[in-house]
Design a protein around this ligand. Structure first.
Ligand SMILES: [Zn+2]
Ligand SMILES: [Zn+2]
Length: 259
């Protein structure tokens, strides 16, 4: 099984999986980079998996369907292009011989879903759209901090070697913020250096993995005392209870929005 991030727009990745001449893509906001990759690699597009309704994730679906006849799967609770097969959390999708578990991860949007698959002889895969980023999380456009915390908790509970395939290259700006929250986190400092070196060579910082995100991502660390204390110092009138992980996440998210 081969995994490729196809760059799109200024900072999106359209993830492509392919094996034995068959491919699937996740969140094709633009058809062109997908059609180019299919052509270059001699692949047939079997399926399209969609995490949420934003145009930079769905914009290429109609053109890809017209060109390839691929089957499209997307969240049942969001408006999707016509013909999309609706998915709820708890369901499974089969494609490329893999079985993808559908996870409900509301917060960025109200009906956002993620896809998790075990892969023979490889680490598991997570396609999490705009919910979890390396070093950060999505903005809360439609959901609440409590929903986002529950969604991130569910993703953090996946096996530590799970490859985290996020839909945007936001890592460096996320890590700059994370370093402000946790200046004494040595793993975070080391990871920032690695990512800076990758970006200097125009290489993706992704996929990340769950075990690493647990160590460096402040939004997965709302219950870590140093993170809670940083949020408490930032909260208006410092009335935040550091044991209230939802309030810590809400404060971190607001702080990052204005960072
Ligand atoms: Zn989005
Ligand atoms: Zn996006």
């Amino acid at each position: 099984m081969n995994l490729l991030p196809l760059p799109a727009f200024s900072d999106n990745y359209i993830w492509m999986l392919h094996d034995a001449g068959q491919a699937l893509v996740i969140d094709p906001g633009d058809a062109a980079p997908v059609l180019q990759a299919l052509d270059r690699l001699g692949l047939q597009l079997q399926a399209i998996l969609v995490t949420h309704h934003h145009s930079d994730h769905v914009g290429g679906i109609a053109a890809l369907c017209a060109a390839t006849g691929a089957t499209v799967y997307g969240p049942a609770r969001e408006a999707m292009p016509a013909g999309t097969l609706p998915l709820h959390g708890g369901q499974q999708v089969k494609a490329l011989g893999l079985s993808f578990a559908v996870l409900d991860v509301p917060g960025h949007t109200a009906g956002h879903i993620a896809y998790y698959a075990n892969v023979p002889e490889q680490a598991p895969l997570l396609f999490c759209g705009d919910t979890l980023f390396s070093g950060g999380c999505g903005r809360l456009f439609e959901g609440t901090p409590a929903q986002m915390l529950a969604s991130l908790d569910a993703l953090a509970a996946l096996p530590t070697d799970t490859r985290v395939c996020c839909a945007h290259e936001y890592t460096l700006s996320n890590l700059q913020f994370a370093r402000t929250v946790e200046p004494d986190n040595a793993e975070l400092a080391q990871y920032q250096q690695q990512c800076q070196a990758l970006r200097a060579q125009q290489q993706p910082t992704l996929p990340s993995h769950i075990g690493l995100e647990q160590q460096i991502n402040p939004f997965l660390r709302c219950r870590v005392p140093a993170v809670a204390a940083a949020a408490q110092a930032q909260a208006p009138s410092s009335c935040l209870n550091p044991d209230d992980a939802v309030a810590v996440l809400a404060t971190l998210r607001e702080w990052k929005n204005n960072f």
